[in-house]
Write a protein that binds this ligand. Sequence first.
Ligand code: AMP
Ligand code: MG
Length: 436
Amino acid sequence: MTTLNHLSGNAGCIGQYDPQALPLSAAQAIVLQWVTPLAASERVSLREALARVLAEDVISPIDVPAHNNSAMDGYAFDGAALATATTAGRLTLTVCGKAFAGHPYTGEVAEGTCVRIMTGAPMPAGCDTVVPQERVAVQGEAVTFEPGAVARGANARRKGEDLARGGVALAAGRVLHACDIGLLASLGLVEASVKQRLRVAYFSTGDELRSPGEPLEPGCIYDSNRYALGAMLHRLNVEAIDLGVVRDEPEALAATLKLAAETADVVLTSGGVSVGEADFTREQLQALGDVSFWGLAMRPGRPLAFGRIWSGGRPGAGRAALLFGLPGNPVATMVSFYQIVRPALMAMAGAKAQPVPLVPAVSEQPIRKRAGRTEFQRGLARRDAGGQWRVAPTGSQSSGALSTMSEANCFIVLAHEAGDLDAGDAVDIMLFDGLV
Ligand code: AMP
Ligand code: MG
């Protein structure tokens, strides 16, 4: 990252907003201003390219398809014959040869003749139309059909109609999906130039946390955030570096933050950012870097620390990493990740992705909602017989209740300005699962 203004205590970054009631959209915009896409790229084989971010445009080295070819099993002929008069309104053509995929017909196709052709076979010279085999009557070496059975040019795929040689086949910033891997292969390419994977270090904070597998002493809880964060990072295909659980001790926190800044591009912590937490968490974050503490107008996920920390232990010393101090409550951690961290990580990884789609739905229940904050309720959505999406909250909306998040298949997104809703009111939903 190059020179940037200071974040902490700098109202200029927040503009007209109160940092303790920062609208989600403003927070997202500020975060994105601080993100610089990674410059480094590498070449990887197609098999390793899934979910990577394309570093440069892919220019098609060939036409796809490489030749005019048949889209059907049938008979290829010169469509001009369709206009010629025929006996009893039918067209009769003599079969002069065969064309199979990989085995073109290279002879001449004289007037009054056609070529038996299979799907994918190159169109013989002089032919532009294919009549499907189901539409013809075969009599020895001749086929007969009604001219109305096929329009001129039908059932033939044109050279370069999918991708033209020299054109941009895939644009830089594309997150490669399975179809893109297939497309790159269809161009004959064996590798792709992709952005280097982002390195993201993460850890949990709290004296009360025990790792799964350890005995649970009275007053303690299992650390779930590190596992949920690790899983969400895995989905984003970043290089996730698990730095474990850090106790509520200033030295331990400082040492882990420095190590994280040394090894990663982005550092995620959970816990310790809410009001009432031991002051040293904030002190450490502020001492090591340039970090501001926000109260987002969002539920769940109000507290958030955002900024930069340096491995040398003070601003400007050593390596810098972007820092997100996420709230400790497990659902708040996840919502903050999806709404704030994920878009930032994608931008930093160089991805030019579409925003996650919002689907219009109808609420099946009244929902209490305070105007002036964006709420993400856990919902179960289904499409009714009429094609309308209907959604109901899955139960407890406590920011600690992961079970109702597991039961949900979407977030019910209640807009910043919205107030209480009645059953039947329109809401937006953000579905958890997609096809690819
Ligand atoms: P804090 O902001 O540190 O006070 O955390 C808020 C709440 O989230 C507290 O009830 C914590 O026990 C809980 N919490 C914090 N970190 C984790 C974690 N890693 N896994 C599960 N719960 C956590
Ligand atoms: Mg804590």
